[in-house]
Design a protein. Sequence first.
Length: 262
Amino acid sequence: MENSALFDVKGKVVLVTGGAKGIGRMISEGFVQNGATVYVSSRDAKACEQACKELNALGKGKADFIAADLYKEESYKKVAEEIKKREGKLHVLVNNSGSNWGESYDTYPGTAWDRVITLNLKSVFQLTQAVTPLLEAASTKDEPARVINIGSVDGLRVPELETFAYSASKAGLHHLSRVLASHLGKRGITSNTVACGPFQSKMMKATLEQFKDVIEANVPMGRIGSPEDVAGTCIFLSSRAGAWVNGATIALDGGTLISGKL
């Protein structure tokens, strides 16, 4: 049971939604640097193309992209068809694409709920549903296919920021992931959640610019998350080492959830 075998993802086909930027990019880079074939997908085709150019320069694995607007239902089938045509199977699906909306309670609009719930929750189910035959095609008894859902600590706690739809959607995602674990486990597919704390991303950019010192002071480890943290967790869940992990929610937050405050 050498490390090189336990954590090997070389040759695996991985789809990362929102994989061109932020946390998704960190995950994509980790897989490519460890020999996987990564497909990044988002509606920003230019960002996907640039990300793939940079990822392919790293060597070992390779990257390509499928431009798709995951707010639209027709995109799920499109992504599944492209993966089927190019690879015939899918070892790992990382549902990372997400949306947020911050606004005061008194003016928080219904359109925010529609937008955030659609991308953060509904699209996760429908894309997973669309690629399930490809995940089944990649699965073996000892090496199941994997679904990794990128959640948030804000779905496990009550956030101070007024992001009502976001925190509710992530709590829903965490439970959806457990429900999928029960249903898909019987089909040779695991489903787990990585509930991320603060990382450098587009979604967190403004918050970190204003409150980074405060945020880090509330993290027992004294820092925000790094690319190695989230990529390493996803590689663990996707490798032989994580083959028997199913239905878990991993808080990847440096201990913020257990940080005591007087």
